[in-house]
Design a binder for this molecule. Structure first.
Ligand code: 2M8
Length: 424
């Protein structure tokens, strides 16, 4: 297979971002995901900033224009009608304008906002005041609506909230949900992507059950977290929020928001505490934990290593975690698999149960290089470059042979290429 040059891939990446643009916001990919997704949109804005910084700010503003009164930035914003996706706005029934889904997604926005601001402070300054308050309200929503009393770990109340939909991390909690009856609906994802690469029907049944549960509560987020059928602490969300709070604090410093700074510092301390809760001495990693029964997931996911991205305070677990990372990275031809390749649940083509996801690689590599661990960081970047150069801009990749999987012409892969992986 011929490797493409960086220059031709830059052009292709820009073409993908432009062609997935839908008037002020950008789709992850056409047909499979025909709306605006929260964290996709933020990675996309980082890609856009490489060639059109005003358009990047517009992408960020458009996401937060749909923020809920209670502070939540929703995981999907349904601005147009798109019959190729299920579940659409009428199924979610959130009564928002524009219509949105009823849960959130990993809060990478503050980190991206700070990066784009630093790229051009004059342009960025005019957006910063307005966006700061929105980010602050969203982070506050996580720290109040997604915790249960006595704990500081942020819980997800739907696998979709983690962004890692069918990760084995949720298996134990998902299996416990008693859906009683079979729900009647038609999946549309399988008309775009082969079912071997997507979640199972039984998982989808649980996803829709959880959606219907939330709808019945009138999307009462505090109630859903405290009483609902699914509440799992996710290392992904916890570490991404920890990092985002550090970046929000830097923005608060730029804007002299002294009162907010006090609150953000409290959140930072809570997140360090949450990291302790997620540490597994058995697996020597940060592992998802069911908030209802405190059970750990049986395996390690790539997001354990987002502790580097979060710049977690050094702890006694440091050396053990580093050894885990080295093993995890060495076991597949391309790193980093989304789930431990030595675990019996590992599947190299099934979505979040094994494939490599470029966005997670990007965050982990950035974190490692901040720790001075440049060799591993460079190895991750070089694998990403090879995956894209050889196969193009896919949604995810097989860690054993590099094959591109899921959707093609994928926006966040194009964005990360432009912002980080390209040499030109
Ligand atoms: C995937 O999730 C959506 C539901 O949110 C789906 O499969 O229908 C996930 O990979 C998620 O992280 C991502 O934001 C979304 C769009 O790329 O697709």
């Amino acid at each position: 297979m011929k490797y493409k040059s960086d220059y031709s891939l830059d052009k292709e990446a820009i073409r993908i971002l432009r062609s997935n643009e839908w008037g002020g916001y950008t789709l992850p990919t056409q047909k499979l995901y025909p709306y605006q997704w929260n964290w996709d949109s933020m990675f996309i804005s980082l890609g856009l900033a490489q060639f059109d910084i005003n358009r990047a700010w517009l992408e960020i503003e458009s996401l937060f224009n749909s923020q809920w009164e209670n502070g939540m930035a929703a995981h999907i914003i349904f601005r147009n009608k798109a019959p190729t996706y299920f579940p659409g706005p009428e199924v979610w029934g959130t009564n928002q304008d524009p219509p949105t889904s009823g849960c959130s997604q990993p809060p990478i926005a503050a980190t991206i906002v700070l990066k784009i601001y630093k790229m051009n402070k004059i342009i960025g300054r005019s957006y910063l005041d307005n966006i700061f308050i929105k980010l602050y309200k969203w982070h506050k929503w996580f720290h109040t609506m997604r915790v249960i009393s006595g704990g500081h770990a942020i819980a997800i109340t739907h696998p979709w909230e983690s962004g890692r939909d069918n990760s084995p991390d949720w298996d134990e909690a998902i299996e416990k949900i008693n859906t009683k009856e079979e729900l009647i609906f038609t999946r549309l994802d399988l008309s775009h992507v082969d079912k071997s690469m997507r979640p199972s029907d039984s998982e989808y049944n649980k996803y829709i059950y959880l959606l219907e549960y939330g709808k019945k509560t009138g999307w009462d987020h505090a109630h859903i977290t405290r009483e609902g059928p699914f509440a799992v602490a996710d290392p992904g969300i916890n570490f991404i929020l920890l990092r985002a709070n550090k970046d929000l604090l830097s923005i608060a410093e730029i804007l002299n928001k002294d009162v907010h700074k006090v609150e953000i510092k409290k959140w930072l301390a809570y997140s360090e505490d949450a990291a302790n809760y997620l540490w597994s001495d058995t697996l020597k990693a940060y592992v998802a934990r069911n908030i209802r029964n405190n059970l750990y997931s049986t395996g390690i996911s790539n997001v354990s290593f987002l502790s580097y991205y979060a710049n977690l305070n050094k702890s006694e677990n440091e050396d053990d975690h580093y050894s885990t990372l080295i093993k995890f990275i060495k076991n597949t031809k391309y790193c980093i698999p989304s789930f431990d390749s030595k675990h019996h649940k590992f599947n190299p083509i099934k979505y979040w149960r094994g494939p490599v996801w470029i966005i997670i690689n990007y965050m982990i590599a950035e974190g490692l290089s901040n720790y001075g661990l440049n060799d591993i960081s460079n190895k991750i970047r070089s694998d990403v470059r090879n995956l894209i150069k050889k196969n193009g801009f896919y949604e995810y990749y097989n860690p054993l042979n590099g094959r591109g999987l899921g959707g093609n012409n994928f926006s966040w892969t194009a964005a990360i290429w432009l912002a980080w992986a390209s040499d030109s």
